[in-house]
Design a protein around this ligand. Structure first.
Ligand code: NAD
Ligand code: MG
Length: 400
């Protein structure tokens, strides 16, 4: 194909599942250059990545990890400059010489750097769905005002993007209804407990919850997939990304994860994007858009694939999905509250301090205790996030 134009990239969260997949695609295309890599505390993998990609800057959130990395890079004779802390994350996301930012930090920790990239008018490859759930309206407004391009990495939203009418792709915020779109349909695998006996869910272990049937992902999103909170977050994400009313978003269970989502048009046409369940497909799509390049993923062979099934989600079995949909409907500060409570509950579950089934309980009780009707602002979102974490932490102890 046509070679890609040169792009200078910052990868936020380069040591995570999305980060590693991103660098795998980047390594296939010499015109993609790394300006900065960032990570939380995994200095060992960061060292390897610095030696392989020679970024100008490496940022570690953790101070001790930054020091270890500095020493190891000096020993190896690597020129990469090490920085540390939150301000450095935002700085490499907004740096003048950067064209493209992969936002792949997990959780609210990634919000300010992702927002910095959007404000600076970058091409933002958005994997960090929690950032959008927390600040969706402000984030999309910042991107519109700065002229940033937001390309979704979440496989469902990337699929929807690919199935949008041409104006929907090039004019963010355009009215999709007037372009013939009736609704979008998010597919959901249903996770590892789709058919589990509900009686057994209270005793599920972190290892069982993280054992996803189709995807290999970070631990937090794996638990979210098991509770289906992931689909709740994605429901909110779809409303913000594509400027849709919640009534225009639907969810269908599709256990094979081959159809990644669909767009339904007024004439009855349904466009679906399909592919192997490999995150390098949406990553390569967004890196190259509007071109197409090799991703390294295997090609789909439908004749030898399992039969494709579709059915309605069971909201009683998956209360977290119902909570996510309700938060999308209510809007305001409810999505940020939901996200904060969920992050606390999932961390407690992974730590052995909370039962799997109490993740939904903690989120729902936090939502019942926090209401905020102030006009939307970043400062107030951060305050609500903090309060929701405090309330959820108390509820975790109560349910422990
Ligand atoms: P992960 O846990 O594998 O990686 C997270 C990355 O963020 C790591 O590099 C880690 O060092 C960094 N990080 C963690 N805490 C940090 C902090 N406090 N400050 C700075 N950096 C920090 O997660 P992942 O599976 O790669 O997911 C990343 C994001 O992409 C999540 O928002 C997830 O929902 C989204 N996503 C992931 C997938 C997937 O297939 N993994 C699919 C769709 C969306
Ligand atoms: Mg997804």
């Amino acid at each position: 194909g046509v070679p890609l134009p040169v792009q200078s990239l910052t990868v936020l969260g380069s040591t995570g599942s999305i980060g590693v997949n991103t660098l795998d695609v980047v390594a296939r295309h010499p015109s993609l250059k790394i300006y900065a890599l960032t990570a939380g505390s995994n200095d060992g993998l960061m060292l390897e990545q610095c030696l392989a990609f020679s970024p100008q800057v490496a940022v570690m959130a953790d101070a001790a990890a930054a020091e270890r990395l500095q020493v190891a890079l000096a020993d190896a004779g690597c020129q990469t400059r090490v920085e540390q802390g939150e301000d450095a994350l935002a700085a490499v996301a907004a740096a003048e010489s950067v064209d493209t930012v992969m936002a792949a930090i997990v959780g609210a920790a990634g919000t300010l750097p992702a927002l910095a990239a959007a404000r600076a008018g970058k091409k933002v490859l958005l994997a960090n769905k929690e950032a959008l759930v927390m600040t969706g309206e402000l984030f999309m407004r910042a991107a519109r005002e700065s002229g940033a391009t937001v390309l979704p990495i979440d496989s469902e939203h990337n699929a929807i993007f690919q199935c949008l009418p041409p104006n929907g792709q090039t004019e963010p915020g355009c009215d999709l209804r007037s372009q013939g779109v009736r609704r979008v349909v998010l597919t959901a695998s249903g996770g590892p407990f789709l058919h589990a006996d509900p009686q057994t869910l209270a005793s599920v272990t972190p290892a069982q919850a993280c054992n996803h049937p189709n995807w290999s992902m970070g631990r937090k999103i794996s638990v979210d997939s098991a509770t289906m909170m992931n689909k709740g977050l994605e429901y909110i994400e779809a409303c913000y990304l594509f400027d849709l009313q919640p009534s225009q978003v639907d969810v269908v269970i599709h256990p094979q994860s081959i159809v990644h989502s669909m767009v339904e048009y007024h004439d009855g046409s349904v466009l679906a994007q399909m592919g192997s369940p490999d995150m390098r497909v949406p990553i390569a799509h967004a890196l190259a858009w509007p071109q197409r390049v090799d991703s390294g993923a295997s090609f789909l062979d439908l004749a030898t694939s399992p039969d494709l099934q579709f059915y309605q989600p069971d909201l009683e079995r998956f209360p977290c999905l119902a909570l996510g949909i309700e938060a999308a409907r209510q809007g305001g500060y409810m999505p940020a509250t939901l996200n904060a409570a969920n992050e606390v509950a999932v961390a407690a579950f992974l730590d052995g301090r909370l039962r799997f089934t109490d993740i939904a309980t903690v989120v729902s009780e936090t939502l019942a205790r926090i209401t905020c009707t102030e006009p939307l602002s970043l400062a107030m979102i951060q305050q609500v996030d903090k309060e929701a974490r405090a309330v959820a932490t108390g509820l975790v102890s109560k349910h422990a």
